[in-house]
Design a protein around this ligand. Structure first.
Ligand code: NAP
Length: 284
């Protein structure tokens, strides 16, 4: 049995890169999809645009009625604790509570979260059973947001996305191309998910009859960054700079191996199981 999306009314709160990609898949599965964000010019048909500041006190009057499901994929434009608290800790639960409060038959909430809830640094394998140890305000805000949603009387699933790459997200390619990506001096694992596989995970989880409260959304290959940088450099025909551990960008993701077996057990499969597949498609 699955949760049939046909005729469902789904609000994608934060209809940006991932939100729109997921929204299009949800529409293709038969749902009516509303794409909410402050600037709606980039919300493509058949998604129905809703121009709203979802973090504003009076945000909800503008929202369409009778919603069955909510996908929260808002990303703050500034990287600071207050913006993260509002976007992740307060925002999702406040919206879901308002929809329940006005009487919507809201049955599903999906939070697009992050593996930043895991601050592990020694290459540990982490999954949904691993106790989160956030080492950043971002991870803490997201974890608090998961807990605030889980306290509401509605079926909520948190999707802990690894670093997203894919079309238009070429920052690592450009760093390697310019010789700015110093490989670490020792094994350091990085985790990623192709945008399209992440969007597919959102749509997939909304079809599950009995979704888990949380899934790690990552490809099948939490690879050593030395290997990833070397592969990209070879592909681009450029040399790598000498190894260094001073590179803040390389250290940002921690050092852990995210495990997607629970999500795979529900039938989801990444089209890009490894960075090789995703980057090869991007580099053509
Ligand atoms: N980037 C990564 O590697 C990564 C890793 C893990 C998890 N994630 C999570 O993945 C999710 C989707 O990310 P993305 O890459 O799709 O981000 P994105 O393209 O920046 O989309 C985020 C959307 O949120 C909207 N938004 C921001 N503030 C808003 C507000 N106050 N009211 C209404 N809408 C608002 C933005 O539109 P307006 O500015 O027009 O309002 C934008 O469309 C985010 O939750 C992000 O944290 C990302």
């Amino acid at each position: 049995m699955s949760w049939d999306l046909r005729g469902r009314r789904v609000l994608v709160a934060g209809a940006g890169d991932v939100g729109v990609a997921a929204g299009l898949l949800l529409h293709a599965a038969g749902a009516t999809v509303f794409g909410a964000r402050r600037t709606t010019a980039a919300v493509p048909p058949p998604l129905q645009p809703v121009a709203v500041d979802l973090l504003a006190p009076d945000a909800f009057a503008a929202l369409p009625p009778d919603l069955d499901a909510l996908v929260w994929a808002v990303a703050p434009h500034i990287h600071d604790p207050e913006a993260y608290r509002r976007s992740y800790t307060e925002g999702p639960a406040r919206l879901a509570a308002a929809l329940l409060g006005r009487g919507d038959a809201l049955q599903r909430v999906v939070l697009v979260a992050s593996t930043s809830v895991y601050g592990h640094q020694r290459g540990e394998v982490v999954d949904e059973q691993t106790s989160p140890q956030p080492s950043s305000f971002a991870g803490e805000a997201i974890l608090a947001g998961e807990r605030a949603l889980a306290a509401l009387p509605v079926r909520t699933t948190s999707l802990r996305f690894a670093g997203i790459y894919g079309p238009g997200r070429t920052w690592l390619i450009e760093r390697v191309r310019r010789g700015h990506a110093a490989p670490p001096t020792a094994a350091r694992f990085g985790n990623r998910i192709h945008r399209d596989d992440g969007a597919a995970a959102i749509a997939h989880v909304l079809t599950l009859d009995d979704p888990a409260p949380c899934y790690v959304v990552v490809d099948d290959d939490p690879a050593d960054l030395r290997e990833v940088y070397a592969w990209l450099a070879a592909r681009l025909g450029v040399p790598l700079p000498p190894a260094s551990d001073d590179d803040a960008t390389t250290r940002r993701g921690g050092n852990k191996r995210c495990d997607n077996r629970l999500l795979r057990a529900t039938g989801w499969r990444p089209r890009y199981p490894s960075y090789r597949d995703g980057y090869a498609a991007m580099l053509g």
